[in-house]
Design a protein around this ligand. Structure first.
Ligand SMILES: *Cc1c(COP(=O)(O)O)cnc(C)c1O
Length: 220
C-alpha cells in the first residue's frame, strides 16, 4: 500500500470523536488525492481557488472541498458553485462577496472567521475585538446565503511548544466566549502537521494536515 493511503488511515484512526480531518492536498496531483479518496477520505483542503476548482471538476462529486487559504474577493465566483467551507474569512467585505456569489448559485456557504493568534506579521486574521464586532454587525443579518459556523487560527511557526499551547488557548477561549452568544459556532479549525496534537488537546474540532499525509510540497 502507498504511503498516502497508510498515512490517511493512521491519521483517521488518531482523530478523537468530534474532530474532523481535513487532508490538505495543495500542490499535489489528483492521483495523490485519489489515493486518499480510495481509503475513504472525503474532505480535502486547498489554498488556491483555481487549483481547487480544477480538482473539483476532475474528481468524484462526493468530496467536500475546504478553502483554507487567504481568499481574494475577485476569485470567490470560481468556488461558489461547490465549496463546502471557507476557513479564512477575515472581513465583512469578503463575507458580502461570498454571500453574493452563494446567492447566484442558490446555495448557503459555510464560513469560519480567521482569528489572528500568532505573533507573526505574515499571518492574516482578525483581532479578537474585530471578530466580535463582525459577529455583532447588523449587516450580517442581511447575508442570508452565508453561515458562520466557527473560527480558525494558525499558531506561530515555532518549536516553542509553550507558545503554541498558549496561542491555541487564546483561540479556544475566544471561541468559548463567543459560542455563548452565538451557538451556531460549532467548529474550531486549528492544528496542522506540526501542532495538531496540541491543537486537539486544546479543543480543536478540525485539523488541517498536509505534508504529514502527502509528503513535503515542492513549489517549483
Ligand atoms: C498548508 C496549510 C496547512 C497544512 O500544513 P502542513 O504543515 O503541511 O500540515 C494547514 N493550514 C493552512 C492554512 C495551510 O495553508
Amino acid at each position: 500500500m502507498s504511503h498516502i493511503s497508510e498515512n490517511i488511515k493512521k491519521y483517521r484512526e488518531q482523530m478523537p470523536e468530534g474532530v474532523t480531518l481535513v487532508a490538505v492536498s495543495k500542490t499535489k496531483p489528483v492521483s495523490d488525492l485519489m489515493e486518499a479518496y480510495e481509503v475513504g477520505q472525503r474532505i480535502f483542503g486547498e489554498n488556491k481557488i483555481q487549483e481547487m476548482a480544477a480538482k473539483w471538476e476532475e474528481m468524484p462529486k462526493d468530496i467536500e472541498w475546504h478553502m483554507i487559504g487567504h481568499v481574494q474577493r475577485n476569485k470567490v465566483k470560481y468556488m461558489a458553485p461547490f465549496v463546502n467551507l471557507i476557513h479564512a474569512v477575515d472581513s465583512l467585505k469578503l463575507l458580502k462577496e461570498i454571500n453574493k456569489e452563494a446567492l447566484k448559485n442558490n446555495r448557503t456557504i459555510n464560513c469560519l472567521l480567521q482569528v489572528k493568534i500568532a505573533d507573526e506579521d505574515s499571518k492574516f486574521g482578525l483581532s479578537q475585538e474585530d471578530t466580535t464586532a463582525l459577529l455583532t454587525s447588523e449587516n450580517l443579518q442581511d447575508l442570508k446565503n452565508i453561515k458562520i459556523i466557527g473560527l480558525m487560527g494558525m499558531a506561530t511557526f515555532t518549536d516553542n511548544q509553550d507558545q503554541i499551547i498558549s496561542e491555541f488557548k487564546v483561540l479556544k477561549s475566544c471561541f468559548d466566549t463567543l459560542q455563548k452568544d452565538y451557538p451556531q459556532l460549532t467548529q474550531l479549525s486549528m492544528g496542522m502537521s506540526a501542532d495538531f496534537k496540541i491543537a486537539i488537546a486544546e479543543g480543536s474540532t478540525m485539523v488541517r494536515i498536509g505534508s504529514s499525509i502527502f509528503g513535503a510540497r515542492n513549489y517549483n
